[in-house]
Structures are given as C-alpha cells and as structure tokens.
Design a protein around this ligand. Structure first.
Ligand code: ZN
Length: 452
C-alpha cells in the first residue's frame, strides 16, 4: 500500500507527511470489509493520480451556467469517463428559449430483460439515482482561476469542490466498482444537470426530465460538497420568495399619525417586516430575509433585474413601498404555516394603509424522513467498517436548496457525498485533496451495498 502512496503523491506533487498518515489510516483499518470491497479500496488508491487529473481537466474548462459551450465540454469529458465504466450516456437538450446547455445522463442496467432478471435474482438491490452538476457560478467574464495547488494538500479552481470534485468522487467510485465486476446487477442512473446554480425557467421544463427519470429509481445520492468526513445531509431546506406591496394615503407630513392622514406606506412596511422578525425569527430552520426595500412618493421596482428607484421628500407621507424577500424552510408544513402567520401580520394594517403579499414557490425542501435515515444507517455502517468512525446526519440549517430537493418527495435521499473544501461560490474556492480518497471509497461502498 505504501508504495502506491509514494507513486500517487509523487505524481500529483504532494509532499509526504500528515496526509500520508491520514490516507494510510483509512486503508489500513479496513478489517471488516469483504475481499471484493478491499479490492475496490486498492483500485481507488492506485487511481488517485487519474482522479486528480480528471478534476484538473474539468476545472480548467469554464462552465458558468450561462456558458453553454463550456457546460457541454465538461459534459463530454464526464461522458467519456462514464463510458469507461460501461455506462450508456445521452445528452438531454434544453429548448433555446431557456438559454441553458442541457444535462448529461449516464445509466447502467435498466433495460427490460435485465430488470426482469434482476428483480427475480437480486431483489434486495435498489435502483439508484446519482446527482451531480456540470455548471459553476463562475461565468467567463469573471477572473479565471485555473486548477492550482496552493499547498501540499489543497487545490483551488472554479468549481473544484462545487461540484466538479463531487462529480469526480461519483465517477471514480463507479469506475472502481466496474473494474471489479461489481456493477453487473446494478440499476444506476447518474444525472448531471447543466444549470444547478441557476436553473432555467420554467422549472417544469428545466427539471421535468430530471424528476421523471428519478421516479424510475428508489434512492437518490447527491454529491454536493461534504460538510466534514463524518456527516451527510438527510435534509435540506427549501427556498421560496415573497413580494410585499404597500399602498397608503399621501399628504403633508405634518398630518402623519392622525386618523385622517394615516401612517403612510413606509411606517406600515416597517411594521410588517419588524413583526415578521418578532413573531417568526426564533422558529428553528425557518428564515426570511428582505433583500430590497423601496419606498417614497414615486417608486418603481423591476423584479427581473432586482433593481428599483425611488423619489421622495421628507414633508410628504409616502404612498408606496415594495419589499422582496426569500423564505427558507425544512418542510412544506413549515412553509405553509409561516405564510399564514405572515398573511395575518400583513392584513393587520395601520390607518390609511393597505398591504398585499404575494408568495412564490422556488425549490422544495428535502424533508428529513425515515427512508433517508435508513440510507444514512447503511452509510454509517460503511464508515464504521472502514475504521473511520460513525457518520451522522448534518445540520439541515447549514445547507441551501439543491437539485435533490426537486425529487425528495419521490425517493429516499442523501446529499453531501461529494468533495470537502471551502469557499464554494467565492473566488478562490478550495478542495482538500488528502480527504478525497476516503470520500471516493465511501461513495463506492455506498453505491455497491445499496445496489446489490
Ligand atoms: Zn453545487
């Protein structure tokens, strides 16, 4: 084993030391793995230089969500790698009006004959849906950040963790299983969207095929960034939006607070926003944030550009305010209850004012379920068998919404199986390469044990 580390570390230019110890520990303590599983571990150790090379190759192509050519190029690279693992690949195009590249879909199994055979022979094996994305938040007009080692175990680059690193975890894990002949009875679909960071509208089109495809499966595993080595996500919050409009009588400021002149739109909007905070801000997993607040004598708001203008004078009672905000929640029930309370606050108008609020759905939540916990228990036993300690459910409050949320109502879900790094969505995003072998191994064993 040591020889393999020497070779791999030399090739990717890492120096020896603490990292070697860490990687060696995870492989040495594998006494409770089967022979086949140990071979998968060995394959992954031996192929780490190739994993890093694939990461570099994909990171060095800009694939900002709106860079259609770039997203397709990254899709072609990963398609080539799925095909090495005997997966069939196809490209799901998007209509031109969406201005998005489309999605890469790779699958193994799932033909009628094999399914019939598989269901009689290996009833236990679950149909899996693996989720990745090809795009990043970095568009071509932003400063380039090619794959660069910044110390002996950390690299930077656009999308290096979010989520080209996660895609590489998924792909190398599948190649490792294929190399040992362990995917023969498996039914797996890998779905790598081209617009996770900014999904095309309407969402029924940009996520329609994604949702329908997921419904053919039983368990979804998403490879968004890991929040540490010993936790995965069994729940993610959903995101939605709201738009508050307040209209009020206008008049000379000297009459404000009187029953005749009323309070004006700015006081009323301020009351509403503050009351949201007072009544709802301590509820666990619920957050709402006003992002734009515009008021005055004359104002306009352009929702498509998230911009607006206002003109006002200190001696005029404001007749109009617009506020927009988000609302994040863990379950549909929590979202609905929050909206009801907000509506009551909005309806309780001050004199001379009238407010309306409009709620808009965004991305659903991935609620914590018993099914998700059962998948977690499989992953937990894998990390115990690897000698890496227990794996627990991460804090759902620490994550935003993701692609897996669109299908959480239909299949059991786990997210956060991808790479470990820092600063996702910010220039200088990094990945911790010394933890990558463990994450690929855990992913491989998770796919293997669930699919057989
Ligand atoms: Zn991501």
């Amino acid at each position: 084993m040591k020889k393999i580390f020497l070779i791999s570390l030399a090739i990717i230019g890492l120096s020896m030391g603490a990292n070697q110890t860490l990687i060696a520990q995870t492989t040495k303590a594998t006494t409770t793995l089967s022979k086949e599983e140990q071979k998968v571990m060995d394959y992954i150790d031996a192929n780490m230089p190739r994993a890093i090379a694939l990461l570099k190759e994909s990171v060095d192509i800009n694939s900002g969500t709106l860079n259609i050519e770039g997203v397709k190029k990254v899709g072609a690279i990963f398609a080539r790698e799925f095909e090495k693992a005997n997966f069939k690949t196809k490209w799901v195009p998007m209509p031109d009006s969406l201005r998005r590249a489309g999605h890469l879909v790779a699958s193994i199994g799932f033909n009628a004959d094999q399914n019939a055979a598989a269901s009689s022979k290996t009833k236990k094996g679950k149909k899996l849906f693996l989720i990745g994305h090809l795009d990043t938040v970095f568009e071509p007009d932003m400063p380039a950040n090619p794959f660069t080692m910044i110390n002996d175990s950390t690299a930077t680059g656009q999308g290096v963790t979010d989520m080209k690193g996660g895609d590489v975890v998924m792909i190398i894990a599948l190649q490792a299983l294929q190399a040992q002949g362990l995917l023969k009875d498996a039914n797996i679909i890998a779905y790598l969207t081209g617009d996770e960071e900014h999904a095309g509208y309407p969402r029924e089109v940009s996520r329609g095929d994604f949702i329908e495809t997921a419904k053919q499966t039983e368990i979804a595993l998403a490879f968004e960034g890991a929040n540490g080595l010993n936790s995965v996500a069994t729940a993610r919050r959903g995101a939605s939006g709201w738009l508050l409009n307040v209209k009020a009588k206008t008049g000379h400021s000297s009459g404000v607070f009187t029953p005749y002149a009323g309070y004006g739109a700015i006081y009323e909007a301020a009351r509403i926003i503050n009351e949201f905070r007072v009544q709802l801000s301590t509820e666990k997993y619920l957050t709402f944030n006003p992002g734009v607040f515009i008021g005055g004598s004359e104002m306009n708001y352009d929702a498509t550009k998230a911009t607006g203008t206002a003109i006002g004078k200190t001696n005029i009672i404001s007749p109009a305010v617009t506020v927009t905000g988000d609302l994040r929640f863990l379950t549909e029930e929590q979202k609905i209850n929050a909206r009801k309370k907000m509506q009551v606050i909005v309806d309780n108008s001050l004199a001379g004012t009238k407010a309306t609020i409009h709620f808009e759905d965004g991305i659903p939540s991935m609620a914590p379920t018993e099914g998700n916990n059962q998948v977690l228990s499989v992953i937990n036993s894998i990390s115990m068998d690897m000698g890496a300690g227990a794996t627990v459910a991460g804090d759902p409050g620490s994550r935003g919404a993701g692609d897996i949320s669109y299908i959480a109502a239909y299949v059991d879900c786990i997210d956060g199986l991808g790479a470990l790094g820092r600063g996702a969505h910010a220039p200088g995003e990094t990945i911790h390469l010394n933890q990558l072998p463990f994450l690929i191994k855990r992913a491989a064993l998770t796919i293997y044990r669930l699919s057989r």
